[in-house]
Write a protein that binds this ligand. Structure first.
Ligand code: SAH
Ligand code: MG
Length: 195
């Protein structure tokens, strides 16, 4: 099992797939354990690294995860099968903006296209249980969200960073949810609905 996980990490490295950093995923795992989280929705499967790590916390955990890229979806399916986690993990091969779910989850993990964070937060918040959590990865985006925008040369990247900053402000100003930002991994936000 450890060996399989190492292989997945190696594949991610070779193919430049941005899977969660070690301390980031450990942080999420702690949240899952402490709150006895059982039902998880993940937006952005990639090759199923984070999904597999979360599923391995406990066999009673069920995860639905969404991926739009076919090659990654196929690789993710293969990895889940290899680790014998098909009963725990369901992958939906589609663009998350096209996916409508009825179920409610204890944890919604947003880790897809960073410019769409707000869109996914608003789209899926109705799928969150009353005392559930919405977590968002890559809040720091390699430290770039803390930089002066003028310092970023690429126009596209500047646009992306602006969008992530807008999302950070959206979370900070949100009256319905309280968000805490953690300096772990590439920056993780945890949002909880107010009582
Ligand atoms: N959670 C993974 C990493 C995800 S990387 C891990 O830590 O192991 C982000 C993934 O989101 C990419 O594979 C990308 O194809 C996918 N993605 C981006 N936008 C998406 C969208 N709108 N719908 C579904 N998947 C999306
Ligand atoms: Mg990420």
């Amino acid at each position: 099992m450890v060996e399989e996980l190492e292989k997945i990490k190696e594949y991610a490295k070779v193919n430049h797939i941005p899977i969660m950093q070690e301390d980031g995923i450990e942080f999420l795992i702690k949240l899952i354990k402490e709150n006895k989280i059982k039902n998880i929705l993940e937006i952005g499967t990639a090759i199923a690294y984070s999904t597999i790590k979360m599923a391995l916390v406990d066999p009673s955990i069920k995860i639905t995860t969404i991926e739009r890229d076919e090659e990654r979806y196929l690789e993710a399916s293969k990895n889940i099968k290899k680790l014998d986690l098909e009963k725990q993990i369901t992958i939906i091969f589609n663009d998350a903006s096209e996916v409508n779910l009825q179920q409610k989850y204890d944890l919604i993990f947003i880790d897809a296209a960073k410019a769409q964070n707000k869109r996914f937060f608003l789209k899926f918040k109705d799928n969150l249980k009353k005392d559930g959590y919405i977590t968002t990865d890559n809040i720091n985006f390699h430290g770039l969200t803390k930089k002066n925008l003028e310092e970023i040369e690429s126009k596209n990247l500047r646009g992306l960073i602006r969008k992530i900053n807008d999302y950070i402000n959206f979370l900070k100003e949100n009256k319905e949810y309280t968000t805490t930002f953690y300096e772990v991994g590439d920056g993780i936000a945890i949002s909880k609905r107010n009582e």
